[in-house]
Design a protein around this ligand. Structure first.
Ligand code: HEM
Length: 409
């Protein structure tokens, strides 16, 4: 592609090295460096991999189970308030609605109380410009002088000014807020140094971008596929909600969500069929050998970009039987074959750089669908949408209209 050579490793037989290799042998920096103008200097893909590992340790601290428990409370509150505003019946574009809700939740859990309560619309507009500043051209020419990049850079500067004030105020007040922003403010490298205010913002943007579209798209596909296959799938999901409610009443928290296995499989299966990140990339720094399922050997040379594709791999019939059918029950008991193969399900990547937000994402999507299943019944308006391959993160094409009617399960 252009001047770069790309080797695709498709399917679990050949993709093990992609996920397990050391950063020195297969790195992300070169291929994901186009994010630097968006995330900012001194973080994630603008630093060596040892510094990045330390920065991700800061993020891991914000995802420990006691923290996740408190985020679930925030997720439930945001979702109940949001769906509480829906009428007795009506039509909504599911992708638009769930994207909006997920921005609200992310603001509360990640960006913090100040942003959610007083600066929300200003910050949302700037994040939107930042987001729109990442177009396919940006992957190859991130600094090309185009309008989208100009707006992106202006939004990044304005966000820096806003967060500078918020962070400074927290530092002066010696605050202890229960959000990811606070974890980054308090974080210390091994040598005792700290992130600058701009780097705190950079880390927040990176995390926000990793989780925003991926989660809203996956929650939307979960709904669309479940509704489109309602006779087969809905009774199981509603039955599970009833059972959980008999035991816990209306309460939803971290432990209650953990009991919703069927909902978990429904989400995982939506992600199998429609992973929002359709292509994962690395730069090869050390040649390696792969043997295909048919026993053919290839050497991938140093200098190649190496790619793997969750979207393509998840539709291999020799890995997932009946791969084009939405069948959440396939995950109830992974086949012994599945366990043997490394990374047959790669919707969250895997190995060394597997998604750090997986549990967070499941908690969020389960919260949304648990509340929706308990309070509404649904119908699809029109046909199931096709994936929109023009997006950087691939979701369903608009419209994603559904009809809802309020009822208590
Ligand atoms: C359904 C939602 C999500 C999907 C499908 C998803 C998918 C992925 C995938 C495929 C990767 C691996 C990328 C690669 O190997 O090149 C990844 C990495 C990552 N994800 Fe997610 N993600 C989701 C939600 C989230 C959320 C909510 C967060 C944060 C709260 C998050 C944070 C991260 C981070 C920090 C990494 C980088 C890990 C590393 O490089 O070591 N993700 N995600």
């Amino acid at each position: 592609m252009f001047h770069k050579r790309i080797t695709f490793l498709i399917g679990p037989h050949v993709s093990e090295h992609f996920f397990k290799a050391r950063d020195a042998d297969m790195s992300q920096k070169e291929v994901y460096e186009f994010n630097v103008p968006t995330f900012g200097k001194g973080v994630v893909f603008d630093v060596d991999h040892l510094t990045r590992a330390e920065q991700f340790r800061f993020f891991a601290d914000s995802l420990k189970s006691d923290r996740l428990r408190s985020y679930v409370g925030m997720m439930v509150k945001e979702a109940e308030d949001y769906f509480g505003k829906w009428g007795e019946s009506g039509e909504v574009d599911l992708l638009d609605a769930l994207s909006e809700l997920i921005v609200l939740t992310a603001s509360r859990c990640l960006l913090g109380r100040e942003i959610r309560e007083t600066l929300f619309s200003e910050v949302t507009t700037l994040v939107h410009d930042l987001d729109k500043g990442m177009v396919p051209l940006s992957v190859f020419f991130p600094y090309a002088p185009i309008e989208a990049h100009r707006k992106r850079d202006a939004a990044r500067r304005d966000l820096a000014a806003i967060f500078d004030r918020v962070i400074q105020a927290r530092r002066e007040a010696n605050a202890h807020e229960p959000d990811v922003l606070q974890t980054f403010i308090d974080a210390r490298y091994r040598d005792g140094s700290r992130l600058t205010n701009d780097q705190v913002l950079g880390m927040l943007i990176a995390v926000l971008f990793a989780g925003q579209h991926t989660s809203s798209i996956t929650s939307t596909w979960t709904g669309l596929l479940t509704i489109a296959n309602k006779e087969r799938v809905m009774p199981t999901l509603e039955g599970e909600q009833k059972k959980v409610m008999e035991k816990h009443g209306g309460k939803i928290d971290f432990d209650v969500l953990a009991e919703m296995d069927e909902l978990h499989y429904a989400i995982k299966e939506a992600l199998r069929m429609h992973p929002p990140l359709i292509m994962l990339l690395r730069q090869c720094h050390k040649p390696f050998k792969v043997t295909t399922s048919k026993g053919k050997e290839f050497v991938v040379p140093k200098g190649h970009i190496v790619a793997t594709s969750p979207a393509f791999s998840h539709r291999l019939n020799n890995v997932f039987s009946d791969a084009d059918t939405y069948k959440p029950s396939r995950f109830r008991q992974p086949s012994p074959e599945d366990k043997e193969k490394f990374a047959s399900f790669i919707g969250f990547g895997g190995g060394r750089h597997g998604c750090m937000g997986e549990t967070f994402a499941f908690m969020q999507i389960k919260t949304i669908w648990s509340i929706l299943l308990r309070n509404f019944e649904f119908e699809l308006v029109g046909k199931l949408p096709e994936p929109d391959y023009e997006g950087m993160v691939v979701g369903p094409k608009h419209p994603c209209t559904i009809r809802y009617k309020r009822r208590k399960l």
